[in-house]
Every structure is written in C-alpha cells, then in structure tokens.
Design a protein around this ligand. Structure first.
Ligand SMILES: [Zn+2]
Length: 276
C-alpha cells in the first residue's frame, strides 16, 4: 500500500467507527462485570457494541497495559513522561504528577520503519470531552483485536506506524470525572482546562462553567499561539497559558512530534459538533 492510501485507510477506519461508539454509549444494557471491554483475547472477529459507562483514568491506563501485554507483536505502551524528561532526569508528568501514556501500533513496534508513514491520534485534550477517549479506545481495541481476522486492519497496521495518546489531559479529566460533570448542574459546561495554578488565588479554583484556574491545552500549542479565540484571562475557559507550551501536557506532544515524522494528526474533540 502506498503512503497516501495507508494514511487514508487509517483515517477512514476511524471515521467509520465513530458513529457506532456514540450509539454504544447511549445503550443501557449490561455486559461484562466492569461494564467495559472483555480482556480475554477474542477467538474471532471483534466488534463489541455495548459498554455501560465511560472509562475513567484508571480504567484507561489499565486497559492500555492489558492490551499491550496481550498483543506484544503489534503494539507497545510508552511512558511518555519518562521518555521525554524535564528537567533532565525528571519525568515530565502532568502538572499534578500524572504519567502521560502513549500507545504505538505497528507490525514491528520497536522499530522506527521510516518507509511506513506515522499517524498521530489523541483525545481528551479537553477534560469534559469524555467520549473522545471512548472513540479512541474503541479504535485501539478494534485494530488490535481484529488484526488477525481482518485484512484491511492487518494491511493498515503492517504499512503504517500509529501513535495514540488517549488522555492528553489526565488532571483535568480526573477533575471532570470526580465532579461528575454530566450529572450535576454544570452539565454541558463541565471542566475543560488542565488544573494548573494560573489565576493567582491560592489553591485550585473551579468556579463552574470551566472557569477558574487552569490552561486550555488546545490554546497552548506554539502554532499561532495568542490567536483570536484564545484568552489572556486566567479565569476564562479558553485561557491560553502564560506562553506557548507553558504546560507539560502540550510540551509532551511537542517532544513526541520532534522525535517522530507524523504525516497526519487527528485530535479528537466532542463539544461543538464541528469537523475541522
Ligand atoms: Zn475540545
């Protein structure tokens, strides 16, 4: 498969999967004891259609560990915080010392086969966009569990190098989950940013409507940093941070991009219903 076709097939596979995941989470029937993915290796093609709740931080990390252990020939789990230390010798954790994990899927995951284009996927840059993690975790499961049974999947894995960061913003995601954003009065206006101390008042402030401390990680990248649509007010939901790449979470993505040669990048969001 040539590079262009490989990129398109990687993208199309994800696009085709998105509607089914959204349907899945509106379903209300029970399946596995934990409501999530059955960790047993499948004996045939896999297409789980019912999950009963959103993954939290621990669910996601544990599942990535199980999957990387179950499919060692085609994936590798990377502790990106350890891979890109800052300052020298110290892991680059999130603001509140959480590890950021990355999963690579390819037919020879330890090798950087430069003849195979690299593709980057990430989710949960914005804390309240829980479904973005579900979409990516479904995609990861679908690829790994169907590799042995689906020739489209195997040819995609064999001809590309796919990198995933399902949770870019672990601190903000935990805040959003702990406050149960979707079941309280904040509803659609749940937590968006990371949880860095930005507004000068001691302690972490969450004033609701995603206001208070924190930096909007999606407004913190160097490319066009400071552009209209981002805020200089540390209490605003779109606060862009004190400088480009001021936050460890965005630094991490920058370091990974410097180390790799991504031909396509897809950052999943869910709040506005936009396809940008
Ligand atoms: Zn978003």
């Amino acid at each position: 498969m040539d590079r262009r076709k490989a990129q398109l097939s990687a993208m199309m596979a994800l696009v085709l999967l998105v509607p089914s995941v959204i349907m899945v989470l509106s379903a209300n029937s029970s399946v596995n004891a934990n409501g999530l993915v059955d960790n047993d290796a499948p004996s045939g093609p896999w297409d789980q259609t019912v999950w009963t709740r959103y993954r939290d931080l621990d669910d996601t990390e544990n599942e990535l560990r199980v999957l990387s252990g179950s499919y060692p020939d085609i994936c590798r789990l990377y502790n990106l915080s350890a891979m890109f230390p800052y300052p020298a010798g110290s892991p680059r954790y999130s603001v509140h010392n959480r590890t950021i994990w990355g999963l690579k899927i390819s037919d020879d995951p330890d090798m950087n086969d430069t003849s195979e284009p690299e593709v980057f996927y990430c989710a949960l840059t914005h804390a309240r966009e829980w479904i973005s993690n579900e979409v990516l975790m479904y995609f990861i499961n679908y690829i790994l569990r169907n590799y042995a049974y689906n020739s489209s999947i195997s040819s995609m894995v064999n001809s590309t190098q796919l990198w995933f960061i399902p949770i870019v913003n672990p601190d903000g995601f935990k805040e959003s989950m702990d406050r149960d954003d979707f079941n309280n009065s904040y509803g659609l206006y749940g937590w968006r940013k990371n949880t860095n101390e930005t507004n000068g008042s001691p302690g972490f402030q969450n004033y609701g409507s995603a206001q208070g401390d924190g930096t909007d990680l999606n407004r913190n990248f160097g490319y066009k940093w400071g552009y209209p649509g981002s805020s200089t007010n540390p209490n605003y939901p779109t606060y862009r941070g004190s400088s480009a790449f001021s936050e460890p979470e965005t630094q991490m993505i920058s370091e990974l991009f410097k180390a790799r040669d991504f031909k396509m990048a897809l950052s999943l969001h869910s709040f506005s219903g936009l396809n940008l």
